[in-house]
Design a protein around this ligand. Structure first.
Ligand SMILES: [Zn+2]
Length: 504
């Protein structure tokens, strides 16, 4: 009887808690209603000349809806300052003051009704698009902002991409620097979007995304450009006061599922800061993504260039490209002649970003782009006696004079690398070692030869790189000066060539 009574009691308590929780959500949920329309005369307000636009997805913090055939919608949500609306193909949000693309729609303080206007897109349908994905600029102060201005930002000012997507961590836990980054990015003068990263959080506020959202719009956004549906989600979930974990929420998964249903023929480019590979609820998301025709996932956060492949329950493989960091290894290491730290990443890739070319039919190729480096530079090679210092580094003893190491920055496990020397074709072998140039810096740090002068010590270890290949040279090539042509490819969009002259 005692057991029975306590069970009954527990049920009662549960019921009271449930009623309490649902009354709280009713308290905060409100009805936001309105119309979606084409702003034909591009004046930012709904008037006689404008046309109603149906089937537009509108979403808030935890709910979404689609405007009906009369272009009317009602969204029940707890959103207060703003909601979001997804620009359909051939349309874009009206934003004459900024180059930012986002879904954010401001709400008025004294009304819960809103007219959401779109104008005709600047991007043609069926256009082959070039997109830059720029990982972790991560500036800590005004000095690092100047490093970024004189390297990545100035480079982007000369780039001919159609759209730039900043992949999060623009700043390093200094939210007061966010507006300054926006001012610089606007000067580049090209359309862009920003993903929220863990270091963009405002740790002095309960609302950790507020400073970011004031500058760059909603932390979750979606829009169509040409034949692509770009979706950006915030997968940084706060834990304790300063902690966080990578997680995709149930709402984000439902939203992505709805977007994929609404635009089944668009190429879905799903962007998030922390890798999908390490995100909680990844498997749940894969059950949604497996039905998409063309899908590519882009992430950052790791400060290494890497690629992951995810198997969906139906056997579909989803490709994730981690675009590296443009601050490299946190703006540290020896400075170049212009006073900017070299900041090579632990994987041995120089500071860089991802350049993606995607056709209307979803076929894409991509390249790694070293900041301030020639676009041809997709790999570095090392052999033992190219530098007298190499003879002093003990870990290099395992390599003989016939061995050449190739670090292929954008490669994955499925990449094939071939060397062509004269009329010989040699298959290179993937190995797991520390990048030799990183190893060199570790040696120089340890022997107090680095950092020199005005530079900061690079925080590099002997951790191994995921994209190094070994080439064993032929005996009769060793004494000759030779040209080596490398060709690398895989079936996931990597196709590169680079040549070197060597004299081992
Ligand atoms: Zn991060």
């Amino acid at each position: 009887m005692i057991v029975f009574n306590s069970l009954l009691m527990n049920k009662k308590i549960l019921l009271i808690v449930l009623v309490f929780i649902s009354s709280i959500s009713l308290l905060y949920a409100k009805k936001i209603s309105g119309y979606t329309y084409e702003d034909v005369n591009r004046n930012g307000k709904f008037d006689k000349k404008d046309k109603l636009l149906k089937n537009v997805l509108v979403f808030g913090k935890s709910n979404f809806t689609i405007s009906n055939k009369k272009a009317f919608f009602v969204l029940e949500d707890e959103s207060d300052r703003f909601i979001s609306a997804v620009a359909p193909p051939k349309f874009q949000a009206f934003n004459p003051k900024s180059k930012l693309i986002n879904s954010k729609v401001e709400l008025s303080k004294d009304s819960d009704s809103v007219y959401i206007g779109f104008v005709r897109s600047d991007y043609d349908i069926d256009k082959e698009m070039r997109l830059n994905f720029i990982g972790d600029v991560q500036v800590n102060d005004s000095i690092e902002t100047k490093y970024a201005i004189s390297s990545i930002y100035s480079e982007l000012a000369n780039s001919n991409s159609d759209l730039d997507i900043y992949m999060g961590d623009l700043v390093n836990e200094n939210p007061n620097l966010i507006q300054g980054q926006k001012d610089i990015i606007e000067q580049i003068g090209r359309k862009y979007s920003c993903i929220f990263g863990n270091h963009d959080r405002n740790l002095n506020s309960d609302n950790q995304v507020n400073k970011f959202e004031d500058c760059f719009g909603s932390q979750n956004f979606a829009y169509n450009v040409s034949n692509n549906l770009i979706v950006g989600i915030n997968n940084i979930f706060p834990e304790s006061k300063k902690g966080y974990k990578a997680q995709i929420s149930e709402f984000q998964i439902r939203l992505i599922e709805q977007l994929a249903k609404l635009y089944p023929n668009q190429n879905l480019i799903l962007c998030m800061h922390a890798p999908l590979k390490y995100s909680k609820n990844k498997d749940l998301l894969l059950t949604v993504l497996q039905n998409c025709k063309n899908i590519l996932v882009i992430s950052a956060h790791m400060h290494t260039f890497s690629r992951n492949f995810h198997a969906c329950p139906n056997g579909k493989i989803i490709h994730e490209i981690n675009c590296g960091a443009t601050c490299g290894n946190f703006w540290r290491g020896e400075k170049n002649i212009f006073g900017v730290p070299a900041s090579i990443m632990q994987c041995g890739s120089p500071r860089g970003y991802l350049v993606l070319n995607i056709k209307a039919n979803g076929v894409y190729d991509f390249k790694y782009k070293m900041v301030n480096g020639d676009k041809i530079r997709q790999m570095s090679i090392w052999y033992k006696n190219q530098d007298s210092l190499n003879l002093k580094i003990e870990d290099f003893d395992v390599y003989d004079n016939k061995t050449l190491l190739v670090n292929l920055y954008a490669a994955s496990d499925s990449t094939q690398l071939y060397a062509y020397i004269g009329n010989k074709k040699i298959k290179c072998q993937k190995i797991k070692v520390t990048d030799p140039f990183v190893r060199r810096i570790v040696y120089l740090n340890k022997n107090k030869l680095y950092p020199s002068g005005n530079s900061n010590k690079a925080v590099l270890r002997k951790s191994k790189s995921n994209h190094i290949w070994k080439l064993n040279l032929d005996e009769n090539l060793l004494s000759k000066t030779s040209r080596i042509n490398f060709i690398a490819y895989d079936k996931y969009g990597l196709n590169i060539k680079q040549s070197f002259i060597i004299k081992p």
